[in-house]
Design a binder for this molecule. Structure first.
Ligand SMILES: *Cc1c(COP(=O)(O)O)cnc(C)c1O
Length: 428
């Protein structure tokens, strides 16, 4: 078959074929730790990366590999590997690029947990992050120095739903000779494929829309296969003899798959942030309906955001699908299918009004999650963004009077009815 298949076909078929051993149509859960080598020579060839195959499930597992291949295909990448969570995927994405003393230039609009990881946990590795406004291209350029090894942002930034100008940021990364790493969790590849806009690497919290039903904690790292790791001396793990893998020069030996293989052969081997086969199976089932769910998510989000924007108890709605959003034009250009289903609402009132509002919602669940079929709500100031300073919260779009909504795929009228009664109770 030579024609390129469409997204709806690929989300069901990419990376999988009927099971060669049993003919099973659905991808089996290969619940095994290890794999029998044909003989000692076969074992040696696998360990030398001369032949691709399964050795031990900390590195690869057929169920997990099927999911990785499907995500790589949907994102238009050369290769991918899965991880135990979205946060694990972020560490794993940076691990091949970084060394003590190196830094990442990151957007100041990020998931609260990611701000923490990049600020405090990065330090434990001797890495650092500089947070800048990714709408200010001069500030991004100015933040890059000789020790910068990556730029990092979210395609649709959590929690405010702000859209990043990926082509402009990618151009800056290109000029500086560093990869652009994009967290595409809030958008999913059905809304935007960052690699098509110049990203080098895409990370996902598979926990969210890709699985889509709130059952799995997982992550994925996708490599475009396009970055020239040998063009500068900046990425010795990939371009120089790797002491952690008997001196193999990954880029020279593996070309477009160098980063992916390094991530598995060294990253997963030594950090062990591996996805389990059971979780991969649930994610494979979820991903089959990604396009159908995303279409309904964005349709509902648009209706709900428009309704909220007209409500007298609401001060502002951040949704990029509204003409009042500063990223509206950008969303129309980069996200023609819709601006996602995650946004914030600033209520008239403060912290206490928001607490009353979230406590009054009945259909919405008050949870620290997003991208579920169910509508979800959280008050960032009292939860996910609690550890940040008030200024940091405001900069991240999570001021005290702000709640974040993740609009589900229920009937839009029921979602709106729930918001209406909770706004009335919060005001009363
Ligand atoms: C949830 C989330 C993460 C972290 O993923 P986990 O699977 O919870 O570890 C990272 N980035 C974004 C945008 C997220 O929403």
């Amino acid at each position: 078959m030579t024609r390129t298949q469409g997204f709806d076909t690929l989300q069901i078929h990419a990376g999988t074929a009927p099971d060669p051993a049993t003919g099973a149509r659905q991808v089996p859960i290969y619940q095994t730790t290890a794999y029998v080598f044909r003989d000692a020579d076969h074992a040696a060839r696998l360990f030398n990366l001369q032949e691709v195959g399964n050795i031990y499930s900390r590195l690869t597992n057929p169920t997990v590999s099927a999911l990785a291949a499907r995500i790589a295909t949907l994102e238009g990448g050369a290769g991918a590997f899965c991880c135990s969570s979205g946060h694990a995927a972020q560490i794993m994405a940076f691990f091949p690029l970084m060394e003590p003393g190196r830094n990442v230039v990151a957007s100041s609009r990020l998931y609260g947990g990611t701000m923490q990881q990049l600020t405090n946990t990065f330090r434990k590795f001797g890495w650092s992050a500089k947070f800048v406004d990714f709408d200010d291209m001069d500030a991004v350029k100015a933040a890059i120095d000789d020790d910068t090894r990556a730029l990092f942002c979210e395609s649709i930034a959590n929690p405010g739903g702000h859209v990043t100008d990926l082509p402009a940021i990618a151009a800056i990364a290109d000029a500086a000779g560093v990869p652009l790493v994009v967290d595409n969790t809030s958008a999913s590849p059905w809304l935007i494929r960052p690699i098509e806009h110049g990203a080098t690497i895409v990370v996902h919290s598979v926990t969210k829309y890709l699985t889509g039903n709130g059952t799995v904690t997982g992550g994925a790292v996708v490599d475009s296969g396009r970055f020239d790791w040998s063009a500068s001396g900046k990425f010795p793990s990939l371009s120089q003899p790797e002491p952690a893998y008997h001196g193999l020069k990954f880029h020279e030996a593996l070309g477009a798959m160098a980063y992916t293989f390094w991530g598995i052969a060294i990253g997963l081997r030594d950090l062990g942030m591996t996805m389990n086969p059971q979780g991969a199976h649930y994610s494979l089932m979820g991903i089959e309906t990604l396009s159908l769910r995303m279409a309904k998510h964005v349709e509902n989000a648009q209706k709900v955001a428009e309704w909220l924007a007209r409500h007298p108890g609401v001060e502002a709605v951040s949704y990029a699908g509204l003409p009042t959003s500063p990223s509206h034009e950008r969303a129309r250009r980069l996200l023609p299918r819709g601006a996602g289903a995650l946004f914030t609402v600033a209520l008239k009132g403060g912290y206490d009004t928001c607490v009353k509002f979230v406590d009054s919602l009945e259909l919405f669940s008050l949870v620290a999650n997003l991208g579920d079929t169910r509508s979800l709500v959280i008050h960032p100031a009292s939860t996910t963004h609690r550890q940040l300073s008030p200024e940091g919260r405001a900069a991240a779009g999570a001021a005290d009077n702000v709640v974040r909504l993740s609009i589900g795929i229920e009937d839009a009228a029921d979602i709106i009815a729930d918001l209406e009664q909770a706004l009335a109770r919060a005001a009363g």
